[in-house]
Design a protein around this ligand. Structure first.
Ligand code: ADE
Length: 227
């Protein structure tokens, strides 16, 4: 898989894509992540990439030309399944969205900044608009980092068996069950007896019940959504 991220603030993406599991996935050749600085596509002598809104509203808007050129240079080289714009007014990004996007070969993420991007980019070039939640950040970079992280960990070979994504919260519409490790008792706080029983079938049953109970208590909306 190849992911291209277009941004006016590439520094914000440095750390998330260059550490831990994503770095290992890149080193293993399972994913390529390319970060493109929008300013490299600016034709302005000061490398400006934004301007005042015609509406007179406060806040700067990212110009069309640098974004169009950045997208054009990528789409000329290969076919992309989606050109995703990260924006608070996009569709909610969910685990199912990550599952679906993890099967794509090439993806572009376009990060909004300041007041947003010229609407014509959204109308003519963007194929999908996604939000990570009902709150507004200063830019779409951290949202892109969240989405890219969720997608990359689903690519086969990225996670080891022990950390398999199949047992994640949300993967089956339920929150994950609680987990415990050694010691079996600490300050009198005990691990549930069943986990020490060695009875695999009973443990599976217990995990499912715990998942269901947790979901009912903490996120009843997830159970309603499934009906
Ligand atoms: N840009 C600013 N806020 C955002 C959000 N909640 N989701 C996606 N992109 C954003």
């Amino acid at each position: 898989m190849r992911i291209d991220i277009i941004t006016g603030v590439p520094e914000l993406l440095d750390s998330p894509v260059n550490h831990s599991i994503i770095k290992r996935a890149r080193d293993k050749g399972l994913v390529e992540v390319h970060i493109h600085n929008l300013r490299d596509h600016s034709k302005d002598k000061h490398r400006k990439i934004d301007d005042y809104a015609f509406s007179g509203d406060a806040g700067m808007v990212l110009n069309i030309q640098p974004i169009d050129d950045a997208i054009d240079s990528l789409t000329r080289a290969r076919k992309y399944q989606e050109i995703i714009y990260t924006t608070p007014d996009g569709a909610p990004f969910r685990q199912q969205t990550a599952n679906q996007l993890s099967t794509c070969e090439n993806l572009i993420f376009l990060c909004g900044h300041y007041k947003g991007i010229d609407q014509r980019i959204r109308d003519h070039l963007v194929t999908r608009e996604l939000s990570i939640g009902d709150y507004v950040m200063t830019g779409g970079e951290l949202a892109a980092a969240v989405m890219v992280d969720c997608i990359i960990r689903l690519i086969p070979g990225v996670l080891s068996d022990e950390t398999s994504a199949l047992t994640d919260s949300f993967q089956d519409g339920l929150l994950a069950p609680p987990v415990y490790t050694r010691p079996a008792e600490y300050k009198g706080w005990k691990v549930p007896e069943i986990l020490m029983s060695g009875n695999a079938a009973e443990i599976e049953k217990w995990k499912f019940e715990q998942s269901l109970e947790r979901t009912k208590k903490l996120r009843p909306d997830l159970l309603r959504d499934q009906r």
